[in-house]
Design a protein around this ligand. Structure first.
Ligand code: ZN
Length: 329
């Protein structure tokens, strides 16, 4: 695990270098047999190909160990510190310039404790609420409290006194607070990695000030891969992972972002979604922002039905195996 994590972090840094090749690589991902990487393919491209095809860091490590390509072999040897012959082109004077992106130096306190391993619990429901806090958050807290259930709130970082009070209440009640977004404006936050980090840092600081808890997990607005971040999502993921943060997408949605959502539509979306999960392990997306009264009305009925069906409820923390979207060309 330590090696895999190290690799992920190392790759995280490496793959930032080649951001401009993202489109080219995604095309290759459709056409190339990923288990047969041609010699000379850059390691960043190898990583992107494998990651785009849903390989985990551990899979990638194993793949690299088995791969015959000389550039991949050299990398593995280098990574393991077993390389004994130094290629001519890496002599001191000709060393490649430091290509570490500038944004890795921003916000030097913005780091989290990365987990050493992930747990997978079957038949477990993770209720998650985005875009709070609002008055609706308080109603949801009451329902959760009634059934002694802990959930997860990906918060927007309200600066009002009332908003901060609600955040503190959520934290004090034992729920997990994750970072969501301060501006929640896709075009602004996904304009660049710098812009994303600025927005993340603002939200993080507000949550920390209000609750005294340093968030360890987060959710990307719109999910980790969306129409607004397709050119930079791999850089964003790499940078946030390098900083130790774990992100969670969802595998079940209440579809309550729509203003037309009703009790029936939310209830059915969630119940049908859970039936489609392979092991009854569901990270459910809902919203607790203003105007989401239909969600508030639905939460208790969802809880009682799922308790009847024998499900367990748990809050997310960074040791829970994430659900993450994969790239689909
Ligand atoms: Zn949101």
């Amino acid at each position: 695990i330590a090696i895999a994590t190290g690799l992920a972090i190392f790759f995280g840094v490496r793959l930032l270098i080649n951001s401009k090749d993202a489109e080219e690589v995604s095309v290759q991902a459709q056409e190339t047999d990923v288990l047969n990487i041609p010699d000379g393919t850059s390691l960043e491209q190898v990583y992107l190909l494998l990651a785009a095809n849903g390989y985990s860091s551990e899979d990638i490590l194993n793949f690299l160990k088995e791969n015959e390509s000389s550039s991949v072999k050299a990398f593995v040897e280098d990574f393991n510190g077993t390389s004994d012959d130094v290629p001519a082109e890496t002599s001191a004077e000709e060393k490649a310039p430091d290509t570490t992106p500038e944004y890795t130096k921003l916000y030097p306190a913005l780091y989290a404790e990365a987990p050493t391993e992930f747990n997978i619990a079957e038949k477990t429901i993770y209720l998650t609420f985005d875009d709070g806090p609002s008055e609706n958050t308080l109603d949801i807290l009451e329902t959760l409290d009634k059934y002694n259930i802990k959930a997860t709130f990906f918060m927007s970082g309200s600066e009002t006194e009332e908003g901060k009070k609600i955040m503190k209440q959520v934290a004090d009640a034992g729920h997990t607070i994750g970072v969501h977004s301060y501006k929640h404006d896709y075009e602004v936050i996904y304009n660049s990695v710098d812009d994303y980090l600025e927005d993340f840092s603002n939200t993080y600081n507000i949550i920390y000030d209000a609750t005294g808890v340093k968030p360890q997990i987060f959710r990307f607005p719109g999910g980790s891969i969306n129409n607004y971040n397709s050119l930079i999502y791999h850089q964003l993921i790499a940078e946030m992972t390098r900083r130790g943060f774990v992100y969670y997408d969802w595998n079940v949605s209440g579809e309550d972002a729509s203003a037309h959502a009703t009790w029936t539509s939310i209830y059915n979306s969630i119940m049908n979604g859970i039936e489609c999960t392979s092991s009854g392990r569901a990270i459910i997306l809902m919203h607790d922002s203003a105007g989401k009264e239909a969600t508030v009305d639905t939460v208790e009925d969802i809880i009682t039905e799922l308790i009847d069906q024998g499900y367990t409820f748990a809050p997310l923390d960074n040791s829970v195996m994430p659900v993450t979207f994969t790239y689909e060309p």
